[in-house]
Design a protein around this ligand. Sequence first.
Ligand code: XIL
Length: 430
Amino acid sequence: MKTNLHHITLLGVVAALTACGGGSGGGDTPPPASSSSSSSVVSSSSSSSSSSVESSSSSSSVSSEGPIAIEPDFDLYATTPTDFPVGVAVSAANENYSIFNHSDASARQDVITRHFSQLTAGNIMKMSYLHPQEDTFTFGDADQLVGFAETNGMTVHGHALVWHSSYQVPGFMNNYDGDFAAMLTDHVTNVVQHFETEYPGVVTSWDVVNEAVDQGAGDGFRRSVFYNELPPATDGDIPEYLKVAFQAARDAAPDVDLYYNDYDNTANETRLNKTLQIAEALNEEGTIDGVGFQMHIYMGYPSLSHFENAFQQVVDMGLKVKLTEIDVSVVNPYGSNPPAQPEYDEQLANDQKQRFCQVAEVYLDTVPAEQRGGFTVWGLTDDESWLMNQFANSTGADYDDVWPLLFNADLSAKPALQGVADAFTGQGCN
Ligand code: XIL
């Protein structure tokens, strides 16, 4: 795996539901005012060297002056104070923005291998991609990705062995006529074992179950096909399918870290408590290593104290905390009046830099080194983010861009990247 070889010299809200899993619905609560910050952006046009931009009032739009960019003299993963993974979700196979097929593929690969030490497949390691029929496993696309990680000294966070979202539940699992627990065990065992055998030590963690919580359901557990087949054995218990899946994963790969992963589980106390209930029950069985917080968040929501509180409760259980799918949309559409398309100016870019920095900082401050499962962003460039589609589908809001990630569409680094590095190197957030 990668080690920190580089000597580093650094140059340096909205009370709404955090975004949710594909197809799993949205939420809304009116937003408070967004956060602000006063320091100026260390920025330059992507096409020139690092002259700093005079921050005039607010009118430097992306389209007229090019992206607001920095030229980092660091590799992000190498700035971590301890050796936790710094990850990015990537597209592969024939997806848009595939790191293998996109017109920019090799430039994307360069940025990814420079700044990150771990990959998550944005889609291609989900259930139906790997196991479309009961007797058919299709590992070719995932093998290409995991092989790429191995070649480049990176690890992979597997995502996800069990997820309700209908577009990726294999058809044969619906209306399954047979022993569902045995079938689920077989699914998890085969998938986990494949990577253990073919790429030993590369897939270092899995989201075993993704998004089992639904606060609208009677007992707070989502009525997925998995729940319907394997519900809680007794009132007050967690659904059996969670226990079955985690046990199978543990048996297949005792040394791999196993996560329960969910969204909107920091500020939302009901969803946080449900997450904690799942973690606690699995912890009693010894089959879980950590909790994944997706972290699809906004500029001012959730608050840093919400993050701290949620992370702390997992830390207190002795489990790892992994931030699995971070993106920071600069606009939150889950209010009664979705805001208009924002302009991404230097002020906003700097606010977002500060926000990324603070998120990374609260992670480091709350989670002790040995319990840090990693810090992963959900996509490389702003234009590839899933959020524009998600917002359109769940609220009808039609945004060209919500600038949620660390790199501009042209692959130049945003001030937000500097923000994360500032936190990792203890420079403070400004
Ligand atoms: C998203 C992908 O990014 C999209 O490309 C796809 O259309 C839907 O799924 N929570 C998760 C991820 O756990 O798997 C989701 O990924 C985003 C929300």
